[in-house]
Design a protein around this ligand. Structure first.
Ligand code: ZN
Length: 137
């Protein structure tokens, strides 16, 4: 009987580490469709993007505008930013948002939601159950 623990230990050590990892499957975020009109940049598939991210548009807009150092607003399914920006700039900021506020750092899946405590924000993952402290947007 005294061998049971060591057997178990040996069995565990033989399972490849990958078996414990989730697939890491990423969701499909649509490419940013951006149009510059006059002195404004219009993110044309903003609504579609936030639907997939499952995040409120206001929050994403605030983050993106803040990172671009400009003001933004929503108009229909578009997001508008003052100033001329290109697709690369907006995509980079969007990726930063996804890394910080959507992807679970524990299992790297996007099945998360943001919960607010009395003072703190948490990224709560429904795939692995992790609760990660995050900075407010
Ligand atoms: Zn997770």
């Amino acid at each position: 009987m005294d061998d049971y623990d060591s057997l178990l230990e040996r069995a565990r050590s033989q399972v490849p580490e990958d078996a414990f990892k989730k697939s890491g499957e990423r969701f499909k975020v649509p490419d940013v469709q951006l149009m510059v009109q006059g002195n404004r940049s219009i993110w044309q598939n903003f609504q579609e993007t936030i639907n997939i991210l499952n995040r409120p548009g206001k929050e994403v807009l605030k983050f993106v505008a803040g990172q671009l150092g400009t003001a933004g607003s929503m108009e229909g399914s578009n997001a508008l930013f003052n100033g001329k920006f290109n697709v690369e700039q907006v995509s980079e900021v969007l990726n930063r948002y996804i890394e910080a506020y959507v992807i679970c750092p524990v299992c790297t899946r996007p099945d998360t939601e943001i919960q607010k405590d009395s003072q703190a924000y948490y990224l709560v993952c429904s795939a692995c159950g992790a609760r990660t402290s995050i900075r407010p947007v």
